[in-house]
Design a protein around this ligand. Structure first.
Ligand SMILES: NC(=O)c1ccc[n+]([C@@H]2O[C@H](COP(=O)([O-])OP(=O)(O)OC[C@H]3O[C@@H](n4cnc5c(N)ncnc54)[C@H](OP(=O)(O)O)[C@@H]3O)[C@@H](O)[C@H]2O)c1
Length: 357
C-alpha cells in the first residue's frame, strides 16, 4: 500500500458520501496527504465494501472500506468532516454537527448563500438556519483566504460557479456598460454526480450537446453573491448550462459588456491574481490551446483563465476552465482545509494535469 500510516498524521478526517464522485475525488487526493488520516469513508449502499471497488483508481493504494456510520458517529471520532452529499441533505446534519465541535467542510450548496431567502427560489426549500449561514465561509481561497484561515465551517463553491467567478471577477473594476453578464457553461457528465437516471445512459448522453439548464441554473445566486463581494456591483448573471461529450471538465464563456483593450485586461488579471499558484493565465497565441480548455486542466487543481476583446460588440469574452471535481469541488475543499489547519496550502494539490486525455 502506498497509503501513509496514521503514525505521523496530525488530523483525523471523515468523508460522508464517499461513494459519490466528489467523495471519491476527496479520497484520491487525501490518501497521501502529509497530515491527514482518513478515518472513515461512509456509504449507506456499499457498507463494508473496499472503497477501491467503487473507486478503482484507488486499487492497491488503500485498504479502507466504506462504513455506514452516521455523520454524528463520524464526527465523534474525527477532527474534520467532509460532507459530499446532495444539496438539501447536509442541512439535515449540520445543525447537530456544529454542536460537536467538529470542523465541517460541506461540498453541497446548503451553506453557500448568505441570504436564506434565496433558498426557496433556487433550491426549493426553506433555510431555517440563517445564523449558521453566517458562520460558513465560502471556500474559494483566492477570494477568502484570511476568512478561511479562521473558519470552522466551509461551504465549498459549486463547479460552474467556480469557473464563472474566477474568470469574471478580475474584470469588474472596469466601468461596465451593462450589469448583465452572460455565461455559457459546458459541463462534463461527472458534474451531475454518480446517481443514475435515463438521461445519463450512454446512448442518450454520447455525442450529445444538451442544453440541460438554459435558464434559472442554481449556481446563479452564488455567482452574483461573490461578484458583489468582489466588486460591490449588483451583477445579474444570465447563465445557460450545457452538458457536453466529456466526463470531466467545465468551460465557461462569459460576455462582460465593457470597453477596454488587451493590455489593460492582462494587467487586471495579473493584478487580481498576483502569484496565485492554482490560477494560470493563458496567453500563448501560437499554442493549440490559446484559450482555456478543460482538456488542459483535467486531473489538476488549476483554473485556467483567458479572454478575447470583442471591439465590435464592446464586450470582453472571458473563459474559465476547470476540472469540475477538483478546482470545482474537492481541490478547493482541501486547499481550504490546508489553510484552516495552517498546513502547506497546496499539500496534495500540486500536480500537472493529464495530457493528452
Ligand atoms: N460532481 C461535481 O462535479 C460537483 C462539483 C461541485 C460540487 N458538487 C456537490 O458535491 C456534492 C456531492 O456530489 P457528487 O457529484 O459526488 O454526488 P453523487 O455522486 O451523487 O454522490 C453523493 C453521495 O451521497 C450519498 N447520499 C445520497 N443521499 C444521501 C442521504 N440522504 N444521506 C446520506 N448520504 C446520501 C450517496 O452515497 P450512498 O448512497 O452510498 O450512501 C452518494 O454516493 C453535491 O452536493 C454536489 O452538488 C459536485
Amino acid at each position: 500500500m502506498l497509503e501513509r500510516t496514521g503514525e505521523n498524521k496530525l488530523i483525523k478526517a471523515g468523508i460522508v458520501g464517499a461513494s459519490g464522485y466528489v467523495g471519491g475525488e476527496l479520497l484520491r487526493l487525501l490518501i497521501n496527504h502529509e497530515n491527514i488520516e482518513i478515518k472513515y469513508a461512509t456509504s449507506k449502499s456499499h457498507k463494508n465494501e473496499k472503497v477501491s471497488r467503487l473507486h478503482p483508481d484507488l486499487y492497491g493504494l488503500t485498504d479502507l472500506r466504506f462504513s455506514d456510520k452516521t455523520p454524528m458517529e463520524v464526527a465523534s471520532d474525527v477532527d474534520v468532516i467532509f460532507l459530499a452529499l446532495p444539496h438539501g441533505t447536509s442541512i439535515k446534519y449540520v445543525p447537530d454537527l456544529v454542536e460537536t465541535g467538529v470542523n465541517i467542510i460541506d461540498m453541497s450548496a446548503d451553506f453557500r448563500l448568505k441570504n436564506p431567502e434565496k433558498y426557496p427560489e433556487w433550491y426549493g426549500f426553506e433555510h431555517n438556519y440563517p445564523d449558521l449561514l453566517n458562520k460558513f465561509v465560502y471556500g474559494m481561497p483566492e477570494l477568502h483566504r484570511n476568512e478561511i484561515k479562521n473558519a470552522k465551517y466551509i461551504a465549498t463553491p459549486g463547479c460552474i460557479a467556480s469557473s464563472s467567478i474566477y474568470s469574471i471577477a478580475p474584470f469588474l473594476s472596469l466601468s461596465l456598460d451593462s450589469n448583465i453578464i452572460n455565461v455559457d457553461a459546458k459541463v462534463g457528465s461527472s458534474g451531475s454526480g454518480s446517481g443514475l437516471d435515463e438521461s445519463k445512459v450512454f446512448s442518450e448522453r454520447f455525442n450529445s450537446i444538451r442544453a440541460y439548464k438554459p435558464v434559472h441554473h442554481r449556481h446563479t445566486p452564488e455567482i452574483e453573491q461573490e461578484l458583489k463581494y468582489v466588486s460591490n456591483k449588483d451583477i445579474k448573471i444570465a447563465l445557460s448550462a450545457h452538458s457536453v461529450n466529456m466526463v470531466r471538465g467545465i468551460l465557461t464563456t462569459s460576455s462582460i459588456y465593457a470597453v477596454s483593450d488587451e493590455i489593460k485586461l492582462w494587467s487586471l488579471l495579473r493584478e487580481f491574481y498576483g502569484n496565485e499558484r492554482s490560477v494560470r493565465l493563458i496567453m500563448d497565441k501560437k499554442s493549440n490551446y490559446r484559450y482555456p480548455d478543460p482538456k488542459t486542466v483535467i486531473g489538476s487543481n488549476f483554473v485556467d483563465i483567458g479572454f478575447a476583446m470583442d471591439n465590435y460588440i464592446k464586450r470582453i469574452v472571458s473563459f474559465g476552465a476547470i476540472d469540475n471535481m477538483i478546482k470545482g469541488a474537492s481541490g478547493n475543499a482541501i486547499q481550504s482545509m490546508n489553510l484552516m489547519y495552517k498546513f502547506n496550502e497546496y499539500e496534495s494539490l500540486i500536480m500537472p494535469s493529464l495530457f493528452p486525455v
